[in-house]
Every structure is written in C-alpha cells, then in structure tokens.
Ligand binder design. Structure first.
Ligand SMILES: Cc1cc2nc3c(=O)[nH]c(=O)nc-3n(C[C@H](O)[C@H](O)[C@H](O)COP(=O)(O)O)c2cc1C
Length: 147
C-alpha cells in the first residue's frame, strides 16, 4: 500500500478519547504511514484537512454532542472551505480521501442513541468535503467524575 498522510484529530476532556487516539497513532506508524496527531484545544483554522488522504476524528460525548471546542473548530473549517470553494453543491466524492469517525461515550441513559448525534455531527464536515466515511466507531468509555 502507498504511504499515506494521516490526520489523527481528537477532542478529549477526561482522557478516554485520548487513549484511543494514542492507539491509532501507534497503529498508523506501525503500518508505515505518516501521522499528525492533533488534540483540539481551541479554534485552529490553520488546520488544512484537505492535505490528508486519511483522517481519524474522535471526541467524547458531552450532552449528546462532541465538545464545544471541536464544534467551534468545525464551524470555522466549514466557513473556510465554503469560502475557498472546496465545499461544492451535492458534495462530489474525493475518491482518494477517507475518514473514520468515532466517539467514546457512557451511554448510561439511552445507550448508543445518545452517542449517535456526536458521530453524525463530526462526520458531516468530511461528508461535505467529499470524504468517504468508511467506518463509525462507538467505544464505551469510563465515566470519569470528580467524586
Ligand atoms: C459533562 C459530561 C457529559 C456527558 N454526557 C454524555 C452523554 O450525553 N452521553 C453519553 O453517552 N455519555 C456522556 N458522558 C460520558 C462521556 O462521553 C465519556 O466518559 C467519554 O468517554 C468522555 O470522553 P473523554 O474522556 O475523551 O473526554 C458525559 C461525560 C461528561 C463528563
């Protein structure tokens, strides 16, 4: 397989998603690909998603959705790629570009249903850009509380 340029993008507040992201980084390196691991901390519109053939994106689930900083980043990236014309009507596929979207979640109330909106939300930016979403992972994470 050709050497790929992989983006490993994630948001994590209590460390569960970070553990998954670290494993992804290890596995991608082991397979001989190049990987940039980016933990979202604030709006970072410098991030150039389109230079990556393969993207992993993950977040914890907080009130059914990804973390606020991830949402803000995605809204600014959406605006950026609308502005550059990279998001086109009917979102034609970029055949070489793939994404895996995942979350870690507790599921204590409604199980996977309270995690589905998070993964669908994150997937939409890539869907709009024409990436093929080749997998969606729902990973049960430890519910870390202060007491
Ligand atoms: C403030 C808060 C809100 C949460 N809301 C949900 C939720 O709506 N649904 C759910 O399944 N899990 C929920 N959880 C559990 C987290 O999704 C789970 O612990 C996840 O693995 C956290 O990811 P992180 O450790 O990468 O931050 C919540 C956790 C916290 C701390």
């Amino acid at each position: 397989m050709n050497k790929m340029k992989v983006l490993n993008l994630y948001y994590s507040t209590t460390g569960n998603t970070e553990k998954v992201a670290k494993k992804i980084e290890e596995a991608v390196k082991e397979l001989g690909h190049e990987v940039d691991t980016v933990k979202i901390t604030k709006k970072d519109t410098e991030l150039d998603i389109l230079q990556y053939d393969f993207v992993f994106v993950g977040s914890g689930v907080y009130m059914w959705l990804p973390g606020k900083p991830l949402q803000e980043l995605f809204m600014s990236l959406l605006a950026k790629y609308n502005g550059t014309g990279d998001i086109k009507a009917t979102s034609p596929k970029r055949p070489q570009s793939n994404a895996v979207v995942y979350c870690t979640y507790g599921g204590g109330h409604t199980g996977i249903n309270e995690a589905i909106p998070t993964v669908k939300y994150m997937g939409q930016l890539f869907d709009h850009l024409g990436y093929n979403i080749i997998a969606e992972w729902y990973i049960v994470g430890e519910y870390v509380t202060e007491d």
